[in-house]
Write a protein that binds this ligand. Structure first.
Ligand code: FAD
Length: 319
């Protein structure tokens, strides 16, 4: 079923969903099941599976020169989705990125997803690779998520890349996209970022999942700004609990988000006590979740990051 149909069917009730990362290459599906098994009692209608672009390693050759080799550290998104659907009988939402894909590669993955009866895809650009400094698409790949949405929308109307194919089978993908309550790191300002978000919706996306945030007011303001800009699709808040001291600096650096004064002060107060820091983060996330639910968010989307125990503790207090 489509993610947006779940929202409609819920009639204002706040659903719950989870996001998992494919295991590192060499790992097995058990890692995913270990994360999801304890979370199934909360009855998520769908689970997202992230997609990761190749990274580089450097091998030293006999000549002394270094050889740059691309490796896929976390392959397997499509297979994991199929496996989740099979084991739990729920929908799986693969993330699909522009980085590392030509348009043809993208089309082929979408054909696979269609054959697997995967109805939902979160369409993303992907981040710049560590050593590139800025996002570099494949030679015949997409520059922005909106281009990927356009390609999916074309397939939904039976239009494939090969111009010889006329009236191809129409896919029926429900397309989600990312939104940034505190603006995307590369956007010159919030207003321009919002224009580009609107372009993704106008191109055919039908829901938004947000970047994590720790101040609910940022989400409420973001929803208001979207509505004022004519973006009327469901906006799902993405949530991640802060559980470690170093995240006070890593989360703002990696995700371009601000941490509220009260949260920082509460963590600083128990500095050095790992368990107490985790407890502060859990309680903060529970409070955030309860308020978002009370104010009618369509779904709370938890980034699990392999920490099912923490997410479970939070979900138990909220659902
Ligand atoms: P876009 O919407 O393309 O925007 C990227 C930047 O370009 C923004 O600054 C935007 O303002 C600007 N822009 C957009 N369109 C245009 C245009 N036409 N002209 C000029 N500028 C434009 N990354 C992964 O690698 N794998 C994942 O599985 C993954 N999952 C994610 C899930 C969620 C919910 C979120 C919020 C992020 C996720 N990311 C993932 C990270 C995401 O790929 C990065 O944040 C990436 O840098 C931007 O992706 P996007 O889809 O928002 O890009």
């Amino acid at each position: 079923m489509k993610v947006t149909d779940y929202f409609e069917k819920a009639k204002g009730k706040t659903l719950i969903s989870f996001e998992v990362l494919p295991p590192l290459k060499g790992g097995g599906m058990q890692a995913i099941f270990k994360t999801l098994d304890p979370l199934m009692e909360f009855k998520p209608p769908f689970v997202d599976v992230t997609y990761h672009r190749e990274e580089f390693i450097y091998n030293k050759r006999d000549s002394g020169y270094y050889e740059k080799i691309a490796i896929r550290k976390r392959p397997g998104t499509v297979g994991i989705c199929a496996s989740i659907m099979h084991r739990y009988g729920i929908d799986a939402v693969p993330h699909l990125i522009c980085g590392g894909f030509t348009k043809e590669d993208t089309e082929n993955v979408l054909i696979d997803l269609n054959f697997l009866n995967i109805k939902n895809v979160l369409a993303l650009r992907g981040d710049a690779r560590k050593f590139d400094g800025k996002f570099i698409p494949e030679k015949d790949g997409h520059n922005f998520a909106v281009d990927l949405v356009n390609q999916m929308h074309d397939m939904n109307t039976g239009k494939y890349l090969d111009s010889n194919i006329e009236n191809g089978e129409k896919t029926d993908f429900c397309i989600g996209v990312a939104g940034y309550p505190e603006k995307h790191i590369e956007a010159p300002n919030f207003a321009i970022d919002l224009q580009y978000l609107k372009a993704k919706i106008d191109a055919g996306a039908s829901y938004i999942v947000t970047q994590m945030f720790f101040d609910n007011q940022k989400y409420f303001d973001f929803v208001d700004a979207c509505r004022a800009a004519g973006i009327n699709v469901p906006i799902v808040p993405g949530l991640k609990p802060l559980t470690k001291f170093y995240q006070l600096s890593s989360l703002p650096r990696l995700f371009f988000i601000n941490l509220p004064d009260d949260l920082v002060a509460a963590v600083m107060k128990v500095k050095g006590d790992k368990e107490a820091i985790k407890q502060v983060g859990i309680e903060w996330c529970i409070a955030q979740s309860k308020e978002l639910k009370a104010k009618g968010a369509p779904c709370l989307h938890y980034y699990t990051m392999g920490d099912q125990d923490t997410i479970r503790t939070i979900a138990e207090q909220v659902y």
